[in-house]
Design a protein around this ligand. Structure first.
Ligand code: GLV
Length: 308
């Protein structure tokens, strides 16, 4: 029985060593050396191969190496093939770290101070107490709710929004279209952690920005396709939004002439908020493999209908 790994080859070497040491009954193969495809029961992938079921006829489970699974075309997958997303604790801590960094960067106006330093300008801006800074977390799944409660612990005024009703301690939770307006109007810093689906593609657009308070800022650590790039530039030009921190873009890397490269109001990072770490992800994956072998439910199963 074999597991095929198709993702970053550097981390692949570590995955291979972990399998050899802790699960020698599962043969670890690394794309493109797939050997006899009929022996492959499990696929661990960031991007799946084309025509996955033709090339891997014995496939029983598709494990994503990522928390998001929007890169998979569910219409091209057999409905009965279980898809499992990655619930590596390192992804969670990476997202918390990055969201904290980006929020404090905006909250403490670091973009302005970096610019002022370059211009030789020594000028203090009034501090806004954390309790007066309203943080809005768009998406209250596993990652969103963890991030939201983390910020509540910092003393920020935190709210969150999800499609369906959620409860997170010390977080004002809103849900559904009907409560989106109220949530947005009380988000000085909006953090997008939504999964990418047909319902959320392009959600960060002019219409949504207009519902944020004057001077609000945006952090996108969801997916690039959540954002309509041009609408962000427009909202910054209009002065309605003040700044943005973007870790994801619809095209990664963006074209050389993409306006975000040169936009001082935007801090851009190359999709590094969180990364799956084989050492912490392996026990999670192995637990699921054993669950599958025992016929028990796996943790992190994706609902193909919802797409997350
Ligand atoms: C990274 O973007 C992930 O989804 O894990």
């Amino acid at each position: 029985m074999a597991l095929l790994y198709k993702s970053d080859p550097v981390r692949g070497a570590r995955w291979k060593a972990l399998f050899a040491q802790h699960a020698p009954d599962i043969e670890f193969r690394q794309w493109p050396d797939i050997g006899d495809p009929k022996e492959i029961r499990y696929l661990l992938a960031w991007q799946p191969p084309e025509n996955i079921m033709d090339s891997l006829p014995s496939l029983e489970v598709l494990f994503a190496t990522s928390a998001g699974v929007d890169q998979f075309d569910f219409d091209a997958l057999p409905p009965e093939l279980p898809v499992v997303r990655m619930l590596d604790p390192a992804i969670e801590s990476g997202m918390i770290e990055y969201a904290t960094f980006a929020t404090l960067w905006l909250h403490r106006r670091m973009g302005d101070y970096v610019r002022q330093q370059r211009e030789g300008q020594w000028q203090a801006h009034m501090l806004v107490p954390a309790a007066q800074r309203r943080i809005g977390v768009l998406g209250l799944g596993q990652l969103g709710s963890t991030i939201a409660s983390h910020f509540a612990g910092y003393g920020f005024a935190v709210s969150g929004w999800a499609r369906s009703s959620r409860q997170v301690q010390d977080v004002a939770c809103y849900h559904g279209e009907a409560e989106l307006d109220e949530f947005l109007s009380s988000s000085d810093i909006l953090i997008c952690v939504l999964p990418l689906t047909d319902a959320t593609r392009g959600i960060l657009n002019s219409d949504l920005f207009a519902r944020l308070p004057e001077g609000a800022a945006l952090i996108n650590i969801g997916r690039g396709e959540h954002l309509v790039d041009h609408d962000l530039t427009q909202a910054l030009d209009d002065g309605h939004l003040s700044a943005a921190v973007l870790d994801v873009l619809s095209e990664e890397p963006p074209a050389d002439d993409h306006p975000f490269w040169q936009d001082e109001r935007i801090l851009l990072t190359p999709h590094v908020a969180a990364m799956t770490q084989p050492d912490s992800a392996f026990p999670v994956l192995l637990d699921n493999l054993r669950r599958h072998q025992r016929g028990e439910p796996m943790i992190g199963r994706v609902d193909p209908q919802r797409g997350y």
